[in-house]
Structure formats: structure tokens, C-alpha cells
Design a protein around this ligand. Sequence first.
Ligand code: ATP
Ligand code: MG
Length: 180
Amino acid sequence: MKLKTLEISGFKSFADKTVIDFMPGMTGIVGPNGSGKSNIIEAIRWVMGEQSAKDLRGNKMSDVIFAGTKKRRGLNRAEVAITFDNSDHYVKSDYTEIRITRRLYRTGESVYQLNGSDCRLRDIHELFMDTGLGREGFSIISQGRVESIFNAKPEDRRGIIEEVAGVYKYKQNKHKAQQD
Ligand code: ATP
Ligand code: MG
């Protein structure tokens, strides 16, 4: 599975629609302080379902919507779409391309879409569970996270290893079956 495209519009400092095409190999994002490098990573975390405004350096979720500058009025909507090449079917889906969209309005209205159809956040979580890309996924390592993994309680560290090993999904299913 490969990251193909990231489309950001009205999210944080990206007022205009910005499309990043990821080429094969490694991608580095460089730029002066405050130019929006971290906002790009946060856009990825957000579209994958991040629920904590604080972890996105805000107070409330609507803080991710472009707030305006001296020269430009703020916007009423943030939208991020991420597209993965799934031709190796790493994510268990018949789709060879997976596109996830998240949209948030100032009114609080919020939409998730999977390949263009409305879906629940839970559907996205289930699809990406054990791939390392879902919520709390290990594929994005932020500053401070390495330290927190080292300092984690043994059972929390075990949880990380279980997600990497791909057994977390089965534990979740077992837990769900026991509740039903
Ligand atoms: P550094 O090199 O210092 O880490 P960076 O390239 O990672 O910088 P970011 O932290 O991604 O920069 O971007 C910060 C900029 O994004 C700030 O100028 C801030 O005002 C702007 N910003 C954050 N949220 C919003 C928002 N909701 N609306 C408009 N601009 C925003
Ligand atoms: Mg930064």
C-alpha cells in the first residue's frame, strides 16, 4: 500500500486547495518555520480520524478550519482527502485505490467518506486497523512519542507491539463478540 495523494482545502494554513502527489521513494517536506510542514502531517492524522483537538494544537475541533489572515477572510469549511494505492490489497478491500475524505463545517456538521460514499468513522477504523495508519497508528511518530513508548507501562507497550504484529484486530473482534 502506498500513499498517493493528499488534498488539503480550508484546513489550517491551507486556505486554497493544495494537492500533494507522493512519488515513489521517499518524500521530504522542507520549508521555513511556520510555513505549514506540521500542518500537512496533522492533515493526514485528521483525515484518518484524529479526535483530539489538543493533539492538533487547537482548543476545539473547528480550530482546524482556516481562520483567516490580515489579508484574507476565514473559511467555513475544512476538507482533507487522502488517496492510497491499494493494488497489493494490503488493506482488505477489493478497491485498488482507497480515498478517504473528511469535511468539517463551522456549524459542527461533519462528514467522512470512503471512495465517495458517506461512511462512519468506525468503518475507516475497521478498514485500517492493524495497518499502523489508523487512530493511534504507529506510522506517524511525532516528537515525544519515541520517549513515551520507552516510558510506557508494559501493558501499553504490549498494545503497540500487538498492533504492529496485527493481532489487535482479533482482540477487538473477541471483545466485541463477548459484549454482543
Ligand atoms: P516549524 O518549522 O516551526 O515546525 P511548520 O512548517 O511546521 O513550522 P506549522 O506549524 O505547520 O509550520 O504552521 C504554522 C502556521 O499555521 C502558523 O502560521 C499558524 O498561524 C498557521 N495556522 C494554524 N492553524 C491555522 C488556522 N486555523 N487558520 C489559519 N492559519 C493557521
Ligand atoms: Mg513544525
